[in-house]
Design a protein around this ligand. Structure first.
Ligand code: IPE
Ligand code: IPE
Ligand code: MG
Ligand code: MG
Ligand code: MG
Length: 335
């Protein structure tokens, strides 16, 4: 139900963050520093190196499958989920080796979700990260298998690393599986398909977005927290509620912005087919609210995420800059 007040408080009411009165002011106060850019570029490069090591084209028997996995994971991508794992874990003082495994695992599940999302039986998309989609390049069956194998590789990464204590491995696997499965991404994707051509109300739409996209972003933050708990369980436990709120807000904002970009950018900028949501009759924040109100809604979510960071106790409180910058990137991105 579109209405004249499309930033309904009710749409934000289930998060435990208080509504922020600060609005746009809050996010403008966060400078986009050169330090952050250098950090993000370095960590994105690290993600690429980890992918090369674990999903190299020669690693899977059967040339096409390995190549398709590598193509899906290695080339392009903003690496938002690994960046969240690293930013969270570094904020809380986690062991870097544990963070690497967690960061890689989130990106592999994400890459799998994109391959399947693009399949003809789902969004039927031909362009991803500025290149032909995996099924266009390798065929539908190979794309299906590449997605499957990327997902299972994520769990091999988490369980095959001697640097991770068994209990941490189990915790990370649980978080990632929960985010990827029926209660998370896969369930949200199912709702997306069933809702195509239908009208979802705001609560249903928010729930769908929180699951299909928000769940994995949220898990990325919580996996960073889990890694940190190995070193300082008390600090991790004290920080978790606020970080959870941060993660839920940016997780939802991420898909709202994705909806806005689909409706407002061109394919060359996006690296994927622009305007396809409207063409396919998808239920999105743009179809429900319109572009500008959807953008404002995302801004509100960002403000709540930043507000949550301010509630973190010391010493984490002094180390939130990268998490804040990442949240701002969710909104400011052009693709
Ligand atoms: C696109 O995710 C699909 C959604 C979950 C909205 P990203 O925008 O993170 O895609 P890449 O990894 O940067 O290509
Ligand atoms: C997909 O949402 C979210 C996933 C779980 C992959 P979209 O279908 O809107 O993602 P894009 O626009 O194709 O990247
Ligand atoms: Mg989709
Ligand atoms: Mg899609
Ligand atoms: Mg989209």
């Amino acid at each position: 139900m579109v209405n004249s007040n499309p930033m309904p408080t009710s749409a934000l009411a289930t998060t435990d963050a208080p509504a922020s009165g600060g609005g746009a002011e809050t996010s403008r106060a966060t400078p986009a520093g050169a330090d952050f850019d250098a950090w993000a570029a370095q960590r994105a490069q690290r993600a690429r190196e980890l992918i090369e090591r674990h999903v190299g084209a020669g690693l899977a028997p059967g040339a096409s499958l390995g190549e398709a996995m590598h193509y899906a994971a290695a080339l392009g991508g903003k690496r938002m989920r690994p960046l969240l794992v690293w930013a969270t874990g570094e904020c809380l003082g986690a062991d870097p080796a544990a963070l690497d495994a967690a960061a890689l695992a989130t990106e592999l599940v994400h890459a799998y979700s994109l391959v399947h999302d693009d399949l003809p039986c789902m969004d039927n998309d031909v362009l991803r990260r500025g290149m032909p989609t995996v099924h266009v390049r390798f065929g539908e069956a190979m794309a299906l298998l590449a997605g499957d194998a990327l997902q299972t590789r994520a769990f091999e990464v988490l369980t095959g690393d001697a640097a991770l204590a068994p209990a941490l491995q189990a915790r990370l696997c649980g978080l990632l599986a929960g985010a990827a499965g029926a209660a998370g991404m896969a369930g949200g994707q199912a709702t997306d398909l069933l809702a195509t051509g239908q009208r979802l109300d705001l609560d249903a739409l928010r729930d769908m977005h929180a699951r299909k996209t928000g769940a994995l972003l949220r898990a990325s933050v919580l996996m960073g927290v889990a890694c940190a708990a190995e070193r300082d369980a008390e600090l991790a436990a004290r920080c978790e509620p606020a970080l959870r709120t941060y993660a839920e807000n940016i997780g939802l904002a991420f898909q709202v912005v994705d909806d806005v970009l689909d409706a407002s950018m061109d394919s060359a900028t996006l690296g994927k087919t622009a305007g396809k949501d409207a063409e396919q009759g998808k239920a999105t924040f743009v179809s429900l609210l319109g572009v500008e109100p959807a953008r404002q809604y995302a801004q509100r979510l960002l403000d709540q995420a930043l507000e949550a960071l301010r509630r973190l106790p010391p010493p984490a409180q002094q180390r939130t800059q990268r998490l804040a910058e990442l949240a701002c990137r969710v909104l400011a991105r052009s693709h």
